[in-house]
Design a protein around this ligand. Sequence first.
Ligand code: PMV
Length: 323
Amino acid sequence: MGTDFPVFVVCVATIGSRFVSSAAAKVILFGEHAVVYGQPAIAMPISSLRAYAEVESTNTPFQIIAQDLNNKIITFEGDDPLSQVVRLALEAMNVPTPDVSIVVRSDIPIASGLGSGAAISTAIIRCLLEYFDVVIPREAINEIVYEVEKIHHGTPSGIDNTVIVYEQAIYYVRDNPIEMIGIQNQVQLVVADTGTTALTKPAVADVRRLYEKEENIKQVIEDIGTIASDAKQAMQSGNNDLLGNLMLKNHEFLQKLTVSSDELDRLVDAAMSAGAKGAKLSGGGRGGNMIALVDNNSSENVIEVLKSAGAKRVFETTLEKTS
Ligand code: PMV
């Protein structure tokens, strides 16, 4: 995961002796699942939807308080993934375990394909960096979050941690340098939650079984890679009609990988009937969120129709034109 990007820590605010940091959610626009097999994928951050970590000095031993899990206490030595985040971060920073409480909370729904785990890990690392007033390369932060993603996902491609740590739209190929995408036309998305949570790990494992058993699945994975590569060009040339068609095609291939669901398919159909240019599931699938490409004329209608079709939470996010 080599990169030439400058090192800095983003979204950190100092409040007296407390430090609050945050990290964005993400959506995968193209290429989920195929990215595990070395195919390209495209992801973008959702900067308006974030996880937060607040660190404060205490007289008690180190602890994390997970506000969204009924104020669950997580210790330094524990086997929780968040304990591992802290251990790896302190090791990378070369500092002792501090007597602090870190309160973690997140607006990102869990197990919904929006990168909640990677965002929480990133927010915790940023807040420890701020607390100790230390800078480490973003690449090192990315490596730590990736290590912890392995606990959640088994064999993650690295796309989630990368888009969240860099907080920019990326064209991602596993083990290759990260590529930022320049965009000619804004990409306006409606994100709709099926309300069903689904873990990524079993979906990835099922696709692996299918890949090993059925010869045609290798072709499906390659076709998804071609779609992601075509989508990069469509974004660079500002061709959103083509981008929408590619989203639909990508969704059909994800259906073949058995990672869609009736609810996801229903929301995709609903978005298309309401005037979206394209729609697809996003992330691990089997539940979680779908995304629809809209414009100013269609967005309101798409939102209303998705709500009527049973979406539990619907919001808009836009990737602005870069050139
Ligand atoms: O964490 P999710 O649900 O957004 O899924 C990650 C994307 C996958 O391609 C399914 C897995 C991976 O590691 O890339």
